[in-house]
Design a protein around this ligand. Structure first.
Ligand SMILES: *Cc1c(COP(=O)(O)O)cnc(C)c1O
Length: 409
C-alpha cells in the first residue's frame, strides 16, 4: 500500500455506514454529490450535544445555555476561518444552500433590483440557484439570463463576456457543477462581473468538500454551502456575505433573535449576522459542521484532491473501456464525479441494476433540468467519489455497469 492509500484506508474506517450490506452486497457508496456519509467524529459531536449540552442559545439564562451558546458561536468562528472571511459577522447560519440563495435573492434582490435589470446565471446551475432568482426577478420586473456552456461542459467565457453589461446586477454561478463536475474559475468570473458593476454569488455546495475556499481571494459578494455535502448534518448551511452589503440588507424572516426591540407598533432589528437568523437555530447543525470542518482539515485538501483525482481518473479510464458509454462533462478542471449514460438504455434502469449490486449512484435529472435540456437527455447516471471510496469500489462499479450493459442492450 502506498502512503495515500493507507491514509485513506484509515479515513474510510471512520464511516460506520460503510460497514453494512445492501441487497446482500457490500455497500459501495458513490452518491456523495447528493450527500456525503458522516464520520464517527461528527456523529459523536452531535450525540454529545444532545446528551449533555442541550439548551437554547443566546438566552443567557443559565450554565447549559452558556455552554450551548459558546459551542454555537465557536462554530461560526470555525466557518469564518474555513472560508477565510474577514469577520464572523459575515457568516449567517441557514438551513442549506437552497435557503441561503433564497435569503440573498429576497433580501439583497428586493433592495437592489429594478425593472429591466438582469440576473445572470449559467446553463449548468442546480434548481436551487435558478428558481429563487426567477422568483425575485418576477417580483422586481427583472430578467434571468443564462450563460451558455461549451460541449465539454466548461462555461463559455466568451458568452459570459457578451452577456455582461451595466444591466447585469448579479452573477450567480456554481463553483462546481453537480452534474458535469466542471469547476468554474470563481475568481475570474467575479472579476469580470465586478468590472460591469455586478455582484456575485458563488454556489459552493460541491466545491467545499474538494478544494479550499478563500472568499477574500475570490472577492465574491456572497457564497453559500450546505453542511451535509461536507460530511456534516442535514438541514444546515452557511451564507457568507460581505459586511458592507449585509449591513444594508433587510431581514429575510421575522421572529425571535433577529430583533433589537419590539413594540406592537414597530420593531428594530438586531445587528448582522443575527438579523438574518430568526427563531431558535439548528444548534446541532452548527456543532456538527464544526466537527466536519475539523475532519476535512485534518486530512488536508492537498491529500483529498490528489486522492479524489486518482479515483476520478481510474473510474473514467475504466468506464470508457465499456462500449456504448457516453460521459457528460470532460472539463480539464473537474470535481470527482462522472455523469454518463449507456446509449440505448434508460438511466433509471442502469441505476436499478447498479443498486442490486450494492452500488449507490444517482440516476435522474439531478435538479438541473435546463442542463438536461442543453445536453439533450432526460437524465443521466451519476457516480460521485469521496474520501471513503477506494479502488475496490471502482472495480465493483465498473463490473456493475458492464453487467447493466449486458442486461439492457
Ligand atoms: C446540493 C446542491 C444544491 C442544493 O443544496 P441543498 O443542500 O439541497 O440546499 C445547490 N447547488 C449545488 C451545486 C448542489 O450540489
Amino acid at each position: 500500500m502506498d502512503n495515500l492509500t493507507s491514509v485513506f484506508a484509515q479515513v474510510r474506517s471512520q464511516f460506520p455506514a460503510l460497514n453494512q450490506k445492501v441487497h446482500g452486497k457490500d455497500l459501495v457508496y458513490l452518491d456523495s454529490a447528493a450527500t456525503a456519509l458522516k464520520p464517527q467524529s461528527v456523529i459523536d459531536r452531535i450525540t454529545k450535544l444532545y446528551s449533555y449540552e442541550t439548551s437554547n442559545v443566546h438566552r443567557g439564562a443559565h450554565y447549559l445555555g452558556d455552554v450551548a451558546t459558546v459551542a454555537f458561536e465557536n462554530a461560526r468562528t470555525r466557518v469564518a476561518e474555513f472560508l477565510k472571511a474577514s469577520s464572523t459577522d459575515e457568516i449567517i447560519f441557514v438551513r442549506g444552500t437552497t435557503e441561503g440563495i433564497n435569503l440573498v435573492a429576497q433580501s439583497w434582490g428586493s433592495t437592489n433590483l429594478q425593472k429591466g435589470d438582469v440576473i445572470l446565471i449559467t446553463e449548468m446551475e442546480h434548481h436551487g440557484n435558478i428558481v429563487p432568482w426567477q422568483m425575485i426577478a418576477e417580483q422586481m420586473g427583472a430578467e434571468v439570463q443564462a450563460v451558455a456552456i461549451l460541449d465539454n461542459g466548461e462555461l463559455d467565457l466568451e458568452d459570459l463576456k457578451k452577456k455582461l453589461s451595466s444591466k447585469v446586477k448579479m452573477v450567480a454561478f456554481t463553483a462546481c457543477s453537480n452534474v458535469l463536475g466542471t469547476v468554474n474559475n470563481a475568481k475570474e468570473i467575479t472579476k469580470l462581473a465586478h468590472a460591469v458593476g455586478a455582484k456575485t454569488l458563488v454556489d459552493a455546495a460541491q466545491i467545499v468538500s474538494q478544494e479550499p475556499v478563500d472568499v477574500q481571494d475570490i472577492d465574491c459578494d456572497f457564497l453559500v454551502f450546505s453542511a451535509h455535502k461536507i460530511f456534516g448534518p442535514f438541514g444546515f448551511g452557511v451564507v457568507y456575505g460581505k459586511r458592507s452589503l449585509l449591513e444594508k440588507m433587510p431581514p429575510y424572516q421575522g421572529g425571535g433573535s433577529m430583533i433589537a426591540k419590539v413594540t406592537i407598533e414597530k420593531t428594530t432589528y438586531n445587528d448582522i449576522p443575527h438579523r438574518f437568523e430568526a427563531g431558535t437555530p439548528h444548534v446541532e447543525g452548527a456543532v456538527g459542521l464544526h466537527a466536519a470542518i475539523d475532519f476535512v482539515t485534518q486530512i488536508g485538501f492537498k491529500q483529498i484532491h490528489e486522492f479524489e483525482m486518482q479515483l476520478l481518473k481510474s473510474a473514467t479510464d475504466k468506464l470508457l473501456q465499456i462500449p456504448d458509454v457516453k460521459i457528460f462533462g470532460t472539463a480539464p478542471h473537474k470535481g470527482p464525479l462522472i455523469s454518463f449514460n449507456l446509449k440505448g438504455a434508460h438511466h433509471s434502469d442502469v441505476g436499478q441494476i447498479l443498486d442490486r449490486e450494492g452500488v449507490a449512484v444517482r440516476a435522474g435529472h439531478h435538479c438541473a433540468q435546463p442542463l438536461m435540456a442543453r445536453l439533450g437527455v432526460p437524465g443521466t447516471v451519476r457516480a460521485s467519489f469521496s474520501v471513503y471510496n477506494n479502488e475496490n469500489d471502482i472495480q465493483t462499479f465498473i463490473k456493475a455497469v458492464a453487467k447493466a450493459r449486458e442486461m439492457l442492450l
